[in-house]
Design a protein around this ligand. Structure first.
Ligand SMILES: [Fe+2]
Length: 379
């Protein structure tokens, strides 16, 4: 949800007939959120989107808790989390609570089916790989350092190009949106926000596909996946308008804050959902107060933190390629040896930090990828 868009054919007034030139009418579909109070869009289709031939079970997507017997900090090597298939099959959940499931996905195909998360919003972060997001609203390209937002209920698919793909997947119980405190009363981004409307890449609607046959959509609701087989191609939209649609934001378009002394990472928040703040860690000027401490302060915060260090502009960055899960109870901070070189220089790290209000649980998938010695990494 960001702002109002209109593409393709729409009637002058909502809930009125859009006639076809050859006679008859297009079929209007209301797509909304938060009951009838949230952002919504209206789509106009060649065929009715309700014509289901049959529904069958598909492989479930379980999220199984790991109880390590203690609550401690973790460092996980995502390269050890392997799965293949489309962006549903290829995701490996590693942490969760009632507000989110955090996974890492390595898709190697677009798959035969279309996808729809019926219960959760999805925010992807592209670590490696390029390709195309196709949806009922149209398509856009994705590339490394992109955030890709897919609102719940969207029928879509991810078409990866050749080569290694790796994406973070954040599924949230409530809606994911740009930070409310960076927008004005009508939803427009404030000039002090870390990004604005022009930085968002929205779908471009192509010609509708008029095909009849059998078209499978994998519909995920929690751990249960159902295969809905429809009579017509799902991408048969001739036009739509509204404020609920997928979009992308690249981290290179995020303008970070910097200060004379340390700034807390919540200033770099880019998206939020209930109990979840998503912050972009992008290269920024280091504090330049002559007495600034040489790194971030050690912190014992009232939240859990998942930090994926995606890339560094230096040859080797601290912890690049690892995912750390820092617990509220343990305390953490900068590792020894990584003090800032000089005031006023730039940090070089690209990453994504999630601050999470409710306590996290790790999943069994994290067991073999976890470094059991990590709690002592600050010695
Ligand atoms: Fe932290």
């Amino acid at each position: 949800m960001t702002y109002y868009l209109r593409q393709g054919l729409t009637p002058a007034k909502h809930f009125t007939i859009l006639p076809r030139p050859e006679g008859g009418r297009y079929y209007e579909e209301l797509y909304n959120s938060a009951g009838f109070d949230g952002p919504a869009s209206l789509l106009y289709r060649l065929h009715r989107p309700t014509r289901v031939l049959h529904v069958e079970p598909e492989s479930p997507m379980p999220v199984e808790a790991w109880d390590p017997g203690v609550v401690r900090n973790h460092s996980i090597d995502p390269s050890l989390l392997k799965a293949s298939g489309d962006i549903f099959d290829a995701r490996v959940p590693i942490a969760f609570n009632r507000d989110l499931v955090y996974s890492v996905a390595t898709p190697d195909t677009g798959g035969e089916r279309f996808l729809r998360n019926g219960a959760n919003d999805e925010l992807y972060v592209v670590v490696e790989g390029k390709g195309t997001v196709e949806s009922i609203f149209g398509s856009f390209r994705y590339e490394p350092l992109d955030f890709v937002y897919i609102p719940r209920g969207t029928t879509w698919r991810l078409l990866p190009e050749e080569g290694q793909q790796r994406l973070i997947v954040v599924e949230t119980t409530t809606q994911i949106a740009p930070l409310a405190r960076y927008r004005n009363k009508v939803g427009q981004f404030l000039s002090r926000a870390v990004y604005s409307e022009r930085d968002l890449r929205v779908p471009t609607l192509a010609d509708p596909i008029d095909e009849t046959g059998e078209f499978a959509v994998a519909v995920k609701v929690g751990e249960v996946v159902s295969r809905y087989v429809y009579e017509t191609h799902p991408f048969d939209v001739v036009g739509w308008d509204g404020a609920l649609y997928p979009y992308a934001l690249n981290m290179r378009d995020v303008e970070p804050f910097s200060g004379r002394v340390n700034l807390d990472p919540d200033l770099d928040g880019v998206f939020e959902s209930r109990g979840v703040l998503v912050a972009a860690h992008v290269p920024a000027r280091f504090p330049d107060h002559p007495q600034a401490i040489p790194n971030i302060p050690d912190h014992n915060t009232d939240c859990d933190e998942i930090f994926y260090r995606i890339a560094s502009e230096a040859d080797v960055g601290p912890g690049v390629g690892r995912v750390t899960v820092h617990t509220r109870a343990g305390g953490h901070g900068a590792k020894p040896g990584f003090d800032r070189p000089e005031p006023g220089l730039r940090s070089q790290l690209w990453g994504v930090i999630l601050d999470i209000v409710e306590p996290l649980q790790l999943t069994v998938n994290a067991i073999d990828a976890d470094d059991p010695d990590y709690p002592a990494a600050w010695l």
